[in-house]
Each structure stands twice: as structure tokens, then as C-alpha cells.
Design a protein around this ligand. Structure first.
Ligand code: SF4
Ligand code: SF4
Length: 132
């Protein structure tokens, strides 16, 4: 497949960047993150390779990587990154997409009024955190 701006700018990639708050194209693949990661022996893709997949719009492949579950969110990589990339945020966003697939958003207007009167406020807040 010929690479182009359209090919790499997938909807999945936009969603991932929205959730993580990270711009994956800012990574220039120096590999410092992977060099400093203590978990690479258990990973199938090195951290900078996960970022490379995302840069190319291949989010699905990153979602199937063991690396995203092995990452210990220790922040060693982001401390070394010359571009200030927060890799643990990216890994967490990928895990969230695996665990929360599809559109399960909660529309407040869909909650029956009778339920609103009896549901504990804490339960509502928790539901909105989870589904919005
Ligand atoms: S250290 Fe930062 S810039 Fe270098 S490869 Fe890793 S994420 Fe990319
Ligand atoms: S946060 Fe994850 S990817 Fe980064 S160094 Fe730690 S284990 Fe490796």
C-alpha cells in the first residue's frame, strides 16, 4: 500500500490521540524509550515500535500487541524521551480501547425519570465516568 496522509490519518488513530492526549507523529523514532524500558524482554513489540504502528495508522495491530499489557507504566521511557511523549498514556489508551470497544456512551436523556429519583448520585457519577 502506498503511504499517504490519508492512509495514516485513520479514525482509530484520531480517537487514540484524543484519549491519550499525545501526538504520535511528534516521535522521531530515536529508540531511547525502548532502550530504557525494563520490560522489553516480555514484550512482542518494543515501545517505539508501538508508536511507529500508530504513526502509520495501524492501530489494530497495536491493540493486539502483548506490549500494551506488559507495560508497567513506570514512566522511565517518557523521562528519557526528547519529544516529551508520554508513552504510558498511549499504552493506557490502547488498553482502554480493548476493554471498552464500540459505542457504549450514556446519554443522560435516555435515563428514565423514575430511575433518576432512586439511583444513588454516586452510581450516576460512576456511570458517566465509565460511559461518556
Ligand atoms: S524516546 Fe520519544 S522520540 Fe524517541 S522513539 Fe521513544 S517516543 Fe519516539
Ligand atoms: S512505562 Fe511502559 S513502556 Fe515505558 S519504560 Fe515503563 S514499562 Fe517500558
Amino acid at each position: 500500500m502506498k503511504l499517504s496522509r490519508e492512509v495514516i490519518a485513520t479514525e482509530d488513530k484520531r480517537k487514540l490521540q484524543d484519549i491519550s492526549g499525545e501526538e504520535v507523529l511528534s516521535c522521531y523514532q530515536c529508540g531511547k524509550c525502548s532502550a530504557g524500558c525494563a520490560m522489553t524482554e516480555a514484550m512482542d513489540l518494543l515501545p517505539h515500535q508501538v508508536i511507529r504502528l500508530l504513526q502509520l495508522g495501524q492501530v489494530e495491530e497495536a491493540l493486539h500487541s502483548r506490549t500494551i499489557w506488559v507495560c508497567a507504566s513506570c514512566l522511565a521511557c517518557s523521562a528519557r524521551c526528547p519529544r516529551g511523549m508520554n508513552l504510558p498514556n498511549v499504552m493506557e489508551s490502547l488498553r482502554a480501547q480493548v476493554l471498552r470497544p464500540g459505542d457504549r456512551s450514556l446519554n443522560p436523556a435516555d435515563i428514565p425519570y423514575e430511575l433518576l429519583e432512586i439511583i444513588p448520585e454516586q452510581a450516576l457519577v460512576a456511570a458517566f465516568r465509565k460511559y461518556t
